[in-house]
Design a protein around this ligand. Structure first.
Ligand code: ADP
Length: 232
């Protein structure tokens, strides 16, 4: 099963703006991601990393080229099917955590269960999720009462609420001190061991080296990749 492809991207292009005033954010990306792989994407600011991640997250369609996700061709999906597939299969983690500030840790996670129309016992599931990121006992705290590392772990619990097989993380350790960043990376590694696929954008070489493979992107094209030494 480990050779199963989660993403197959061929000649992906993305153009923003109108004629005469456009930016080619992606200029022909070819990339496969295997199930159970931990992929890091690195590259300078403006190179197209966020655009690529938002296409992989079914948030944006490419201007041209093809993307298959879990064997399904993006072109064959209507917008509504794309949204449903995103909700069922993808969890997002952001640099700025993006928690709802007036909700407690438990309520932030529960909101994701509600959006995902979770049918089981929500309270029990919330506790399981918070426990899995080491935050049992923090369920009644609001984000402002927690450290950055704790907030990011709540965000990970939220991302996992609907049991996605794919996790997309945009600079998940960018706002964290290195110890908290390491904790987040260890959780991401565990998710990969459980068989999930993780794709992470990062500027941090040490964090990238905890992945299985690093892809470097520049000016909208992939300029190289390395298999991470820890995993090779
Ligand atoms: P990165 O994440 O590597 O910093 P981005 O994918 O955010 O790169 O951006 C790639 C290029 O596309 C940049 O030149 C950026 O200015 C441009 N861009 C990104 N999003 C938009 C948008 N919504 N509208 C217009 N241009 C955009």
């Amino acid at each position: 099963m480990s050779s199963e492809l989660v993403y197959e991207m061929r000649n992906l292009r993305k153009v923003y703006g109108a004629m005469g005033n456009y930016v080619e954010a992606l200029r022909g990306i070819n990339l496969d991601v295997r199930r159970g792989e931990f992929l890091a994407i690195m590259g300078p600011s403006g190179s197209g990393k966020t655009t690529l991640l938002s296409i992989m997250g079914l948030l944006t369609r490419p201007t041209s080229g093809s993307l298959k996700i879990l064997g399904r061709d993006l072109e064959s999906l209507k917008d509504k099917q794309m949204t449903l597939l995103r909700r069922k299969t993808i969890g997002f983690i952001f640099q700025t955590f993006n928690l709802v500030p007036w909700l407690t840790a438990a309520e932030n996670v529960e909101l994701a269960l509600a959006i995902g129309e979770y049918r089981g016992n929500r309270r029990r599931r919330v506790m399981e999720l918070l426990e899995s990121v080491g935050l049992r006992g923090r369920e009644k705290h609001r984000p402002s009462e927690l450290s950055g590392g704790e907030q990011q772990r709540i965000a990970i619990a939220r991302a996992l609420a609907n049991d996605p097989s794919i996790i997309l993380a945009d600079e998940p350790t960018g706002n964290l001190d290195s110890a908290s960043g390491m904790q987040v990376m260890e959780i991401l590694r565990r998710l990969v061991r459980e068989g999930r696929t993780v794709v992470m954008v990062t500027h941090n070489q040490a964090m990238a080296e905890m992945s299985d493979r690093i892809v470097r992107i520049r000016d909208g094209v992939i300029e190289g990749e390395v298999i991470s030494s820890v995993r090779a």
